[in-house]
Every structure is written in C-alpha cells, then in structure tokens.
Design a protein. Structure first.
Length: 408
C-alpha cells in the first residue's frame, strides 16, 4: 500500500490490476488524442473516442468520488486520464462537433463494411474457440463435457456412417467439380470466340470508317480543286476580255481581237508556191516570228494563264507533280483521276473559239509556247481547229503530233 496526495487529501493506494488498467486506459486516451500519427495508425479510433467522451463527461464525478468509492490509485489514474481528455474535449469542442457530423454523413456508407467486418471477426473467434477446445481436450488431457466420449458403440456407428457418406460424396463432389471445370472452360472458349468475333467486327468497322474517311477526303480534295479551277477560268475570261489590238481606226477587244489577228496571220497567208520542203519550213518560221512579234505584248499573259490552268489540271491527285518538261509526262497515272483530268481539259477546250485556236496554233510553234504545246497534244485541243488549206502542207502538219487533232 502507498499513500498519495490528491486534491490536498492523503489517500491510501493499493497497487494492483485496477491500477495498471486505469493507468493504461487513461494514458492511452491521452496519447491517442494528442498524437496524430497514433490516430492514423490504429484502427480503434471509435472505441477510444467513446472512452474519451465518457471520461470527459464523468471526469469531475470520478475525481470527487474516487477516494470514497474505491480508494485506489487505479481510479485516480482513470480520473487523471479523464481530466486530460476533458481538457482537450473542451478546447476542441467545435472540431469534435464537425467530426460527429462527418461520422453521421458516412454512417450509411460504412454500415455494410462494419457488418462484414463483424461477421468475419465472429467467424474467426468461433474457429479459434473450437480449435482451442479440441486442442485442450486432446493435448492437455482435460475432460470437456461437450467433447467427451459417452457411448463407444454410438461413436463407432457415427464413424461408419461418416465413412459411408464420405465414400459416396467424395466421387460425387469430384464429378461435380470436373463438370464445373469443363463448364468453365466451355464458357471461356465461348467468351474467347465472342471476343475474336468482336475484334474482327471492330477491324471491319475500322476499315469501313477508313474507307469513308478516304472518300470524304477525296470529295473535299475535289471540291477544293474545282473551286480553284473555276477561279482560274474566271481569270482566263478576264484576260480574254482585256485583249485589245489595233489593226484599224478602232481597237478590237476580246474575241474580236483574236478574230482580227487570225484573219491577218492565219496559215493560208503563207505562200508555199514554188517552195521546196526546206524553204516551206523557213517560211513557216518567218510567219510565226512575225505573228509573235506583233502579238506577244497583248497575248502573252493570256497564253501563260492558259498554260497554268493545264498545269493545275495535271497536278490534280498528284502530290509529286512538277512543271512539264519537254520530254513528256512522267507522273504516275491514276485511272479515276486521269479521267477527271480529261474532263477538265475538255471543259477548257470547249471555251476556246476558232480564232483563239488559230492563234494558239502559231503561238505554240514559237519557243515560248513549247509548254502549252505539250498540253495541246495531250488533250487534243486542235480537234475543233477551223479548216485551212495550208494545214495539209508537210511544213505545218508535221509541227504537231496526230493526238493534237484527235478526240479524247
């Protein structure tokens, strides 16, 4: 026995289990409340919370009656722990209220988890209890009434009955397990087959989507091309309307200017009488030179724009297109897009008048018109060329290939 001072009063203290229990409870509550990482590491927060709350509510009462009721150091220690908890409970009353509100809000969601935890704990306790009873009975030799053997004959009967059921149920359960495994394998095979079919369907869908996107891209590409193409045709028409030639008192404008120029320099103006083939060729060159010298200032931009229009047509669907070189077209040919090129080229040819074609015939024989000459031969622009007598002369007929006069 020890004597301690509590509140100015000497009290006898009996050191025993109550002392240590109260000391542990009071100290644990104080440490748990004041050390945050203990709260996070220990999962007994609800229990300690209830103990702390109970001690806070009864701290004054415990301190007043501790000496008269138990007269032990254990209750005084509990009172001290309660006073510590009571102090912090008052200081953090608002935070405790917030914690209670949060606990009420999550109470519904934690109910299922607590129930499962309780069931698992109960099962563990029951298994441990049974194992403990059997272990004590068979290893320590202590006779326990609930497991003691009373009737040996009855025990043998139940043993034989257990062997019978074991012999019957073991093959049956094994067969059922085999059926379950086979069923599981069958289900897995079906799921794998379904997954493969879904993957194949997804690949087909992806391929179809790719084709649709390619078609949409082709449509957009064609729309952009046609928009620019018709814009170039408008530029060509403005160039045509801007041509002005003076061969008389009044200037000739547009197609009238081309008509006047064709009448003045058409190939029938070349006199091939008494000329051999070499002199005929020289006469044609002189005629072309005279035509070009009197018209290039007014017609140069017209023919250059026409040349760029055919360049643009040829570049359709060909990312690697380069400007035409006199050796020929080396770009790869796509059948569908080439058909569209023929179509657009024919559209340009339909806009050219007979007088424009006659002037183009002479312009393309000059060195400056060699690029446009290639497109004349490819797209057959001279198929609508007006008939002239001198076109049959070898000096003129050999200037272009036969494709320049053919229909696409």
């Amino acid at each position: 026995m020890r004597v301690i001072r509590a509140g100015g009063v000497l009290l006898p203290v009996f050191v025993g289990p109550a002392h240590w229990l109260s000391l542990v409870l009071g100290g644990w509550c104080g440490v748990y409340h004041r050390v945050p990482f203990v709260q996070q590491a220990v999962s007994l927060k609800p229990l300690c919370k209830h103990i702390r709350g109970w001690l806070s509510r009864h701290a004054d009462h415990l301190c007043g009656v501790a000496g008269s009721v138990f007269c032990g150091h254990g209750i005084i220690s509990v009172g001290r722990g309660g006073m510590v908890c009571h102090h912090f409970a008052k200081r953090n009353k608002r935070s405790f209220g917030v914690a209670r509100d949060i606990e009420r809000n999550v109470k519904g969601s934690n109910g299922i988890g607590r129930t499962i935890s309780f069931i698992v704990l109960l099962a563990i306790v029951a298994v441990c209890a049974v194992c403990g009873v059997i272990g004590v009975h068979y290893f320590a030799g202590i006779d326990i009434p609930i497991v003691s053997l009373v009737n040996e004959g009855s025990a043998q009967y139940w043993g034989q009955l257990g062997d019978f059921f074991g012999g019957v149920l073991n093959p049956l359960l094994s067969f059922l397990a085999l059926v379950a495994v086979a069923t599981s394998l069958r289900v897995q095979a079906l799921e794998l087959n379904a997954a493969r079919q879904e993957a194949a369907a997804a690949q087909d869908m992806l391929a179809n989507q790719t084709k649709v996107l390619e078609r949409q891209q082709a449509v957009l590409e064609r729309q952009n091309f046609e928009s620019n193409f018709y814009g170039l045709l408008q530029v060509h028409d403005r160039n045509l309307q801007g041509v002005r030639l003076h061969f008389g008192s009044e200037p000739d404008v547009g197609r009238l200017a081309f008509g006047a120029l064709a009448n003045r320099f058409n190939v029938d103006r070349v006199d091939f009488t008494y000329l051999n083939e070499e002199l005929s060729r020289q006469a044609v060159k002189d005629h072309v030179k005279k035509f070009y010298s009197q018209s290039y200032l007014e017609l140069g931009h017209y023919f250059r724009t026409l040349y760029e229009i055919f360049n643009y047509i040829e570049s359709y669907g060909n990312e690697n297109f380069a400007y035409f070189n006199p050796q020929g077209f080396s770009a790869p040919i796509d059948a569908e897009k080439q058909a569209l090129r023929w179509r657009y080229g024919g559209l340009v040819a339909s806009l050219l008048s007979s007088a424009e074609l006659e002037c183009m015939f002479l312009y393309c024989m000059a060195i400056e018109g060699i690029g446009l000459k290639a497109y004349v031969e490819k797209y057959g622009l001279f198929r609508n060329l007006p008939p002239r007598t001198n076109y049959a002369n070898p000096a003129l007929s050999s200037a272009y290939s036969s494709s320049a006069y053919s229909v696409l």
